[in-house]
Write a protein that binds this ligand. Sequence first.
Ligand code: CA
Ligand code: CA
Length: 117
Amino acid sequence: MSKQVKGKTTMKKLIPLVTGVCLLIMLAPVALAKGKKNAGPTTVPSDCYAKYDKNYNGTLDADEKEAIRKDYAAEKDGALKSYDKDNDGKLSDEEIAAIPATKTVDAPVKKKKKKNQ
Ligand SMILES: [Ca+2]
Ligand SMILES: [Ca+2]
């Protein structure tokens, strides 16, 4: 009697299994296509905006500009140096305005680059 029950159970288990495999085969190409989509060039916030645009509104507000100036004053040879076009040791409004808001990356961002260490 116990053998009969076992056989029935196996048959019952087989149906969801087959259904599951069918679903997997159907869904696999979709999952692959999704993975490929992420590999193309993507526009992401530039390092500077990612760091200083605290309220994520796409512009550097007065207090955010202040934070940039402070950081630049503290670290004159840091990443912000490239934005000081006239090399006077300060970032003017024009120089901060010239900082690109976004950058284009080829591959999905895997690790965050740490520039100031
Ligand atoms: Ca902002
Ligand atoms: Ca300057």
